[in-house]
Design a protein around this ligand. Structure first.
Ligand code: AMP
Ligand code: MG
Length: 487
């Protein structure tokens, strides 16, 4: 075990030098206080939960103190935003404080978001508001608990520092943890500025630190792309299987590690709607729920373009073709589990598509609760109760018959089926309205609701007596909250 004072740093990215990042000190926020911390994220740094209660904790993560070994730097990157290329983005309001080397030999980036202006702030203030910091914190830790690859969040610190968005809000910081903060956009930046030596250094750094097996391949750059494709396919399969909408799938928000990254106006689907657009500013629905699959592919193609100095276009194209089949296989596997199947059958794909079409027809089926309730009782009984949530009843009955026949093929006992299904179908989901209620309390100075919500959502598959209110269907108003990028 470590304490805040005994963390070991090994700042590998900082050592790449000034072409990759710029030294910037955090700009503190006033009257810092701890809003919420994650015990399981603390454990990644070998810290006990009690460390978060020390006054130094809030001071460190509000920019008032810094470890001697930290080397805070703003990283440079670019990216395709809503399909158009922006030549220079970079950490405009976040700093990579350094990399902590934990006792298991893992490096964890400490990234302080909301740490003030940097050379990449463009026309903005370098700040993050309390609302968006809480949203990032809750989602990071919840997705991780759901088994969806994600960056992590150590804590949120709040303050009295005013920030202007549509109205006056207060500044906060969220400490993000990830094993790398390299994005697709890092590669694009060095490619489009024709700094191919630096591009090579970046790729070799990523491979050496994260995918050492790629360096042993005959074509390391193709192996690198393949690795990112595999990880991205797995991540997107999880998003689609669990109804997660990211909202801003720009290439600068795509992690090279294939983890969910840079939370903005995200949402979990309430009533299933494949066309759901969670980002109020996304007028054309480029990043709608069902577009996440082709957009991930498009983003991977943007990454592949940046690798053209090191591999032939034909070979890169061929590698890109791996994405859809990998995604499809992973998605099918997750959906089979969600439906309680223990084997794989040829027509499972069609059965799943028909179910989603029935949900789409009415848009009256709560996507998460459907699966939880399906496992709660023996299939015929569960289907009987779920039927009310569909509008095409004849279609549903036909589907239900086929589902029952499919369950019979696997056989097995209901108690086992329930346990198996409940282990993959969450009872508790981070719905926007739940986050909103907790945020409003926090904005009024009461942090208990955020802490409680975080605690409940960190065990999403478990029955939690007394917490049932968090597992209910959302109220009508809660389904139509408008969340935009202004964070
Ligand atoms: P995001 O939409 O959060 O992914 O951010 C896109 C780009 O805008 C990144 O380069 C961010 O660092 C930058 N950015 C977002 N908000 C701010 C802000 N308040 N101040 C400075 N830069 C920002
Ligand atoms: Mg971003």
């Amino acid at each position: 075990m470590k304490t805040l004072d005994t963390l070991t740093f090994d700042n590998r990215f900082a050592r790449l030098g000034d072409a990759f990042s710029t030294e910037v000190l955090p700009e503190p926020i006033e009257q810092p206080r701890l809003v919420v911390a994650s015990a399981s994220a603390l454990a990644l740094l070998d810290l006990q939960p009690g460390e978060a209660q020390r006054p130094e904790f809030a001071e460190l993560f509000a920019g008032h103190k810094l470890w001697e070994q930290a080397e805070p730097r703003a990283m440079v990157y670019s990216g395709h935003q809503f399909g158009g290329y922006t030549p220079r983005l970079g950490d405009g309001r976040g700093l990579l404080l350094g990399e902590v080397l934990n006792e298991s030999g893992e490096h964890w980036d400490l990234h302080l978001k909301g740490a003030g202006m940097t050379p990449y702030s463009r026309m903005s203030d370098g700040r993050a508001v309390l609302r968006s910091s809480i949203r990032e914190f809750l989602a990071s830790e919840h997705l991780h608990a759901l088994g969806i690859p994600s960056s992590r969040a150590l804590c949120v610190t709040g303050s009295d520092t005013p920030v202007w968005r549509e109205k006056r809000e207060s500044a906060a910081m969220v400490l993000r943890l990830a094993q790398s903060h390299v994005r697709f956009g890092h590669f694009e930046y060095f490619y489009y500025t024709r700094q191919h030596e630096h591009l090579k250094t970046l790729g070799e750094h990523v491979m050496a630190c994260h995918f050492p097996h790629c360096l042993e391949q005959e074509q390391p750059w193709l192996a690198l792309l393949r690795e990112v494709i595999e990880r991205t396919a797995a991540m997107i399969a999880h998003w689609q299987a669990y109804g997660f909408c990211h909202g801003v799938m720009n290439t600068d928000n795509m992690s090279i590690l294939g983890i969910t990254f840079d939370y903005g106006p995200y949402a979990f689907l309430d009533d299933f709607d494949a066309n759901h657009i969670c980002n109020h500013s996304d007028d054309t629905g480029r990043y709608s729920f069902s577009n996440q699959v082709p957009i991930a592919h498009w983003n991977l193609a943007a990454l592949a373009q940046a690798l053209t100095p090191f591999a032939s276009v034909d070979a890169l194209r061929e590698t890109l073709e791996l994405f859809l089949p990998l995604y499809q296989a992973h998605y099918l596997d997750l959906m089979r589990k969600r439906l309680g199947f223990t084997s794989a059958r040829e027509d499972d794909d069609a059965l799943i598509k028909r179910l989603l079409q029935l949900m789409q027809a009415g848009r009256t089926t709560d996507y998460s609760l459907f699966f939880r309730r399906l496992g709660e009782q023996a299939p015929a009984d569960a289907l009987h109760l779920l039927r009310d949530d569909f509008v095409d009843l004849a279609g549903f009955d036909a589907w239900a018959q086929d589902y029952l026949a499919r369950c019979a093929l696997d056989g097995g006992e209901q108690n086992e089926r329930r346990a198996r299904m409940h282990a993959v179908n969450p009872k508790y989901i981070l719905r926007n309205y739940l986050a909103q209620q907790a945020i409003e309390a926090a904005e009024a100075g009461d942090y208990d609701p955020v802490r409680e919500l975080h605690t409940v959502l960190s065990r999403p598959f478990d029955e939690q007596p007394g917490k049932e209110r968090y597992a209910e269907r959302p109220p009508e108003w809660g389904k139509h909250l408008e969340i935009s990028c202004s964070s």
